[in-house]
Design a protein around this ligand. Structure first.
Ligand code: BDR
Ligand code: CA
Length: 324
């Protein structure tokens, strides 16, 4: 059976790197492009990281890596040092052996949505800058993509970079707003679900025991665990980005609701808040008509962990896909 076409749009990023390894390990997808976006690192660094990861995980030359939009739609400063000095902890990976792609990420997304109309899945694990730029280039992209699954937002739980906002949405709120109001079929995988599926020191011990093929991955995880300990006083780390990839293939890793996501773009204090309006006809929201008009577009929103154990499946899958 032909594998399903997918694009991974990512701001690597420690958990973004794990998401790539996991995606390749599932054996379920034909990765048509790996597109880099600024977020955990500035866009040029994210692009270099993505090229290095393509090489490290054995897809150099098979999967084109595209540089992302050179500025956010919101024009906000979103620099973050949570993922360490290079965005991959302290790791500086050997570069891809391939020449740089000329085609920017948003143009590649539009082209692939045409080539694989009705079939293409897009998973976004960073700010939604590239996806929004693709929709601005060609709004028809929204109707050609089979499904966009994005890691971002917090529907009914607090944020992680402000009390109200999750990092990916906070980093480019206007981009997120463009995406969720475009009509693209989307699933938002936010903190409501990602905080429930975690990676522990016991899981890390399994990688350590697996030998040289998991050494790079173990270094990523070690740096990520350290960041969660230092910044959040947590002894395990959430599987944010890998979960979005998992949900693209199997929604039973999460529970979901259907409704509208409205993104707060105008307020300094509330920037990046994702206001979730469930599609429950019994609920009446006391908003003015121009806000209520947004409920024309709905999406699926992950609201918690589902019956299938993502943490166990994730570790098993990584162990099947060592780095070179
Ligand atoms: C998201 O922010 C980034 O730090 C992670 O890579 C993930 O995509 C979690 O809020
Ligand atoms: Ca990310």
């Amino acid at each position: 059976m032909a594998l399903a076409p997918i694009v991974l749009d990512s701001d690597p990023g420690l958990d973004d790197a794990l998401a790539l390894q996991y995606l390749l390990g599932t054996g379920l997808w034909d990765l048509k492009a790996y597109t880099a976006v600024g977020g955990n690192a500035p866009v040029e660094q994210a692009f270099r990281n993505a090229r290095g990861l393509a090489r490290a995980f054995g897809v150099d030359g098979d999967v084109p890596v595209h540089r992302g939009a050179d500025r956010t739609i919101s024009r906000v400063d979103s620099a973050s040092d949570f993922h360490g000095p290079t965005g991959l902890g302290e790791e500086v990976l050997p570069d891809s052996k391939e020449p740089d792609q000329d085609e920017p990420a948003p143009a590649a997304l539009v082209r692939l949505s045409r080539e694989y109309e009705g079939e293409l899945t897009v998973v976004a694990t960073g700010p939604l800058t590239n996806v929004a730029a693709a929709l601005l280039l060609d709004p028809g992209t929204a109707h050609r993509v089979r499904r966009l699954v994005f890691m971002g937002g917090a529907a009914q739980v607090p944020g992680n970079c402000t009390p109200l906002a999750e990092f990916n949405v906070w980093a480019d709120p206007d981009a997120a707003d463009i995406v969720v109001s475009s009509g693209i079929p989307y699933t938002m995988v936010g903190l409501d679900a990602t905080h429930g599926w975690r990676f522990t020191h016991e899981d890390l011990a399994r990688l350590d025991a697996a030998g040289p093929g998991q050494e790079l991955t173990a270094r990523f995880v070690r740096a990520y665990l350290k960041a969660y300990d230092a910044n959040h006083r947590q002894s395990s780390c959430p599987l944010h980005d890998p979960l979005a990839v998992g949900v693209a293939a199997d929604e039973s890793f999460v529970t979901t609701g259907t409704g509208t996501v409205a993104v707060e773009c105008a307020s300094e204090l509330g920037r990046g808040q994702t206001v979730y309006l469930p599609e429950d006809k019994a609920v009446r929201f006391n908003y003015p008509p121009h806000i209520l008009a947004r409920t024309r577009h709905t999406g699926r929103v992950a609201l918690g962990t589902g019956p299938r154990d993502f943490s166990a499946h994730f570790t098993e899958t990584l162990l099947r896909r060592p780095s070179l």
